[in-house]
Design a protein around this ligand. Structure first.
Ligand code: SF4
Length: 63
């Protein structure tokens, strides 16, 4: 499963980067981002949890 961040929705709270720093980071632009090479980790429980807890529901998990 692929994980990505919808920058049109993210407001840069940083929760995802705090929760799962091996997958997410807060980019210089101020938005959450998926670290390079980590895009296939969408099926991992902690990634799903980060998506559930994202305050703006900006984390997208898809096939
Ligand atoms: S938790 Fe959601 S709103 Fe916050 S930085 Fe991550 S993607 Fe953006």
């Amino acid at each position: 499963m692929k994980v990505s961040v919808d920058r049109d929705v993210c407001y840069g709270s940083g929760d995802c980067a705090h929760r799962v720093p091996s997958v997410f980071a807060l980019a210089d632009s101020g938005y959450g981002t998926v670290l390079p090479g980590q895009e296939d980790r969408g099926d991992e429980p902690q990634v799903r949890e980060a998506a559930d807890w994202c305050p703006s529901q900006a984390i997208v998990i898809a096939e």
